[in-house]
Design a protein around this ligand. Structure first.
Ligand SMILES: Cc1cc2nc3c(=O)[nH]c(=O)nc-3n(C[C@H](O)[C@H](O)[C@H](O)COP(=O)(O)OP(=O)(O)OC[C@H]3O[C@@H](n4cnc5c(N)ncnc54)[C@H](O)[C@@H]3O)c2cc1C
Length: 734
């Protein structure tokens, strides 16, 4: 069966007798495009919409390319890479980091009590004594109107003792030379327009995981366009055929929006998990259109009683529809959430069946199917390039109810907030475990001084993650069954964590790897073994990634301050973002001067396994004169005596100075306002201007909503005075 490139559509239902015919018969003299052309034009208009959104990201893309001098743009965020040679690492460490602690530490880590010694040089130059309690008398900040007058170099130097003044000048100069340009997001720029804030508010106010008004508008526009094109200048069998063509023509685009490595995501600067919402909506409407097509023909055949047996002989048409229906039904949230495996398998079986059967059903559909196979092929080739078969180390963390996974072989190539997909090659996780890929956010940063690899924290949530935990906690495998391993090693790690990586790098040693297995050589004293990690079970896995990450080429280090909120296992995002921000300041390639990390957990004991990492971050900040970092852990369950005892026996008899424990859930309206109004705005006193506040969120829907409400409640003048407030949201479910 073939269709003409242009033909005349009948206005009466006199067309072909089956869904296989692609055009109507001529009954009027007006020449109008055929159904395929109509559908293709609709597809083309969707591409224009994508191009429009891609163009909006260009300013940030250019800023990012400029900052990273072109080729470095591709160093992080695309491919995970193995460790560099020891010599190259040592060279990098010396070249990059200005704020390296001295090789022989003159100070112990700064703790609240006990080991506390003198603070780092003007580390706490920002006076927070009035945090959130009123405008300090000394504050020269005008929060109502455009920020404060930047302090002159002489004024800023005058604040410090003579021996530190040169450092002030040096730091200021280097910072302004190496810091990335801050380009406000489109939403920040458009915020002052009437109704602009409405777009970011939830469409269903009581639905925590629902779409925003902006997304709802996109859904409605697409649906309206779909309906108009389906019925425009046609009727009867004409629009039955048109609806079929609308499904065929949009297949490449819907697959592109759902694939892990798609050109659409690349041009939009967004990971697949950020564009997936539209893939789902398109898929649903396409399924409805295919249903309309099939039911319409069935009714037609029954009414006319023509070729009654025809429906039975359209095997290929039924096969194509069955494939589509399989995807449509098993993608419903009820199946997707209760059995991800069913959802996943129904997807690939369904689309393969559809893509093949549709070519037999409509001859011209071959080109669209081939285009779809091309997109799928490209995706799988990229996945192959992004996959590493390697040995990982598992450690059970009972206090956290999670498994820590370390991939020692892969040490660079990702950005904070990106995730990898794991496939386990062991029967311990099930007979077909290798066929399941689970996504987990990377909690470490790329190219650290101590050469640490990809670190993941996997919360025991369901079947696969529980089995993984059990495998890690197997007795006799060196896991931290009692929750003590990390803790016992904690003192040693605090003292040596910071200096060890540097010494190793300087000596060109690094945590040596057994090249064949990609594991740390037994004799190597690495940061990992000191903190009690990496001594657990090993497992063969395929690590695929990285995926996701900052949206629209946004550079986190171009913001003056970052307010990061993590709920439960969302701390993986928080850890990597905070460490990357600190790393960029150390490299003098950042505008960041203030980082606030808020972690909301049920049990405060979750903190214990992460204390070495968090303390290490806090220590690094203490060497940076112009950076301030605070961590507040909010907990909802009563503190257990065991936890209190552990905290009391920490060096110094308590938590490190920058780590605070707060009972109950935070009130984000006041927390966000406090952070933006008092803390960030006060930075204007001694800086070269403010370049915005980044609010990063990773956690359950309800938590994200309360943070968004807190941001939404901020006064417009206040937003302007700090250079805009932007939200970055990561989610663990879709
Ligand atoms: C981008 C992203 C990053 C994530 N990062 C982390 C992290 O750092 N730490 C962490 O503990 N968890 C993280 N998660 C969640 C984690 O992937 C799921 O908890 C895990 O896959 C559940 O598997 P399960 O078989 O144990 O649970 P199940 O009971 O089978 O599923 C529990 C939930 O996880 C979803 N899920 C199951 N399998 C998959 C899969 N293959 N892909 C996507 N979703 C799936 C299901 O829809 C279900 O809602 C992340 C999820 C996403 C999407």
């Amino acid at each position: 069966m073939s269709s003409n490139s242009t033909n005349t559509n009948s206005t009466a239902a006199t067309g072909g007798t089956g869904p296989s015919s692609s055009g109507g018969k001529s009954s009027t003299s007006m020449v109008i495009p055929n159904n395929e052309t109509f559908a293709a034009l609709f597809g083309l208009s969707l591409l224009f919409v994508i191009v429009f959104f891609a163009v909006l990201t260009v300013p940030r893309l250019l800023a990012s390319l400029h900052h990273q001098r072109g080729k470095a743009f591709f160093r992080e965020g695309w491919l995970l890479k193995p460790k560099k040679s020891a010599a190259a690492r040592a060279k990098d460490a010396l070249r990059r980091s200005v704020f390296l602690p001295p090789a022989q530490p003159t100070r112990q880590p700064t703790l609240r009590r006990g080991l506390v010694t003198s603070p780092a040089p003007f580390a706490n130059d920002i006076d927070y004594s009035d945090e959130g309690h009123g405008v300090p008398a000394s504050a020269s900040v005008n929060i109502e109107g455009g920020g404060a007058r930047p302090m002159s170099v002489a004024e800023e130097e005058g604040k410090y003792p003579a021996h530190l003044r040169t450092l002030v000048r040096h730091h200021r100069e280097v910072r302004s030379a190496g810091a990335p340009a801050h380009v406000p997001s489109t939403s920040t720029i458009l915020r002052s327009l009437p109704f602009a804030p409405w777009f970011s508010r939830p469409f269903f106010p009581n639905h925590v995981d629902g779409a925003s008004n902006g997304q709802a508008c996109m859904y409605l526009l697409y649906a309206a366009g779909f309906i108009v094109v389906a019925f425009l200048m046609t009727s009867g069998t004409g629009n039955l055929k048109r609806s079929g063509w609308l499904v065929i023509v949009q297949t490449p685009l819907v697959v592109s929006l759902g694939s892990k490595n798609s050109l659409v995501g690349f041009f939009l600067g967004r990971g697949y998990e950020k564009i997936n919402f539209f893939h789902r909506w398109m898929g649903q409407l396409m399924f409805i259109a295919s249903l309309y097509h099939v039911i319409g023909y069935l009714i037609l055949w029954i009414r006319r009683n023509v070729e009654a047996r025809q429906s039975a002989t359209h095997i290929e048409a039924w096969a194509a529809f069955a494939g589509f229906a399989m995807i449509g039904v098993f993608s419903l949230p009820v199946f997707r959430r209760s059995s991800y495996r069913l959802f996943f398998n129904a997807h690939w079986i369904g689309y393969l069946t559809y893509l093949i059967a549709i070519c037999y059903h409509v001859e011209e559909a071959l080109y669209w199917s081939l285009a779809t196979f091309f997109i799928l092929g490209l995706d799988y080739i990229c996945r192959l390039f992004k996959s590493h078969f390697t040995t990982v180390t598992l450690t059970a963390l009972p206090d956290f109810g999670a498994t820590r996974i370390e991939v020692p072989r892969l040490t660079r190539g990702w950005k904070a907030g990106q995730h990898v997909r794991l496939r386990a090659f062991t029967f311990k996780l099930g007979l077909f475990a290798f066929a399941e890929a689970h996504p987990f956010t990377i909690a470490s940063v790329s190219e650290t001084r101590n050469g640490q690899g990809v670190i993941l924290y996997v919360k025991s949530a369901g079947n696969w993650t529980k089995k993984l935990y059990d495998a890690a906690a197997e007795p006799g495998k060196g896991g931290l069954e009692n929750g003590n391993g990390t803790f016992l090693n904690f003192n040693a790690s605090l003292a040596s964590l910071e200096t060890l990586g540097r010494e190793e790098a300087a000596e060109g040693k690094g945590p040596a790897l057994d090249d064949e297995k990609g594991l740390p050589a037994a004799a190597t004293t690495s940061t990992r073994t000191l903190v009690g990690f990496g001594s657990g079970t090993t497992m063969k896995m395929v690590v695929e990634g990285p995926y996701g990450g900052p949206c629209g080429h946004m550079m986190r280090s171009s913001f003056t301050s970052s307010f990061v909120v993590a709920g439960g296992s969302g701390i993986t995002y928080g850890l990597s973002v905070v460490e990357e921000l600190i790393r960029d300041v150390e490299k003098l390639q950042s505008r960041t001067r203030l980082i606030g990390l808020y972690w909301i957990v049920t049990d405060p004991a979750c903190l214990i396994p992460l204390l070495p990492t968090l303390t290490s971050l806090s220590n690094r900040v203490s060497y940076i004169p112009t950076l301030r970092f605070t961590l507040t852990v909010h907990y909802t369950r009563a503190v257990s005596p065991a936890f209190s005892a552990k905290v009391k026996s920490l060096p110094g008899g308590g938590l490190p100075r920058d780590i605070h424990l707060e009972p109950g859930r935070p009130n984000f309206k006041t927390a966000v306002e406090d952070f933006v109004k008092w803390k960030t705005n006060r930075l204007a006193r001694g800086s070269d201007g403010l370049s915005g506040v980044l609010v990063g969120i990773c956690g359950p829907g309800a938590l994200a909503r309360s943070v968004r409400e807190g941001v939404d409640a901020l006064d417009d003048d206040l937003r302007r005075s700090v250079g805009g407030v932007e939200i970055e949201e990561e989610t663990f479910n879709w």
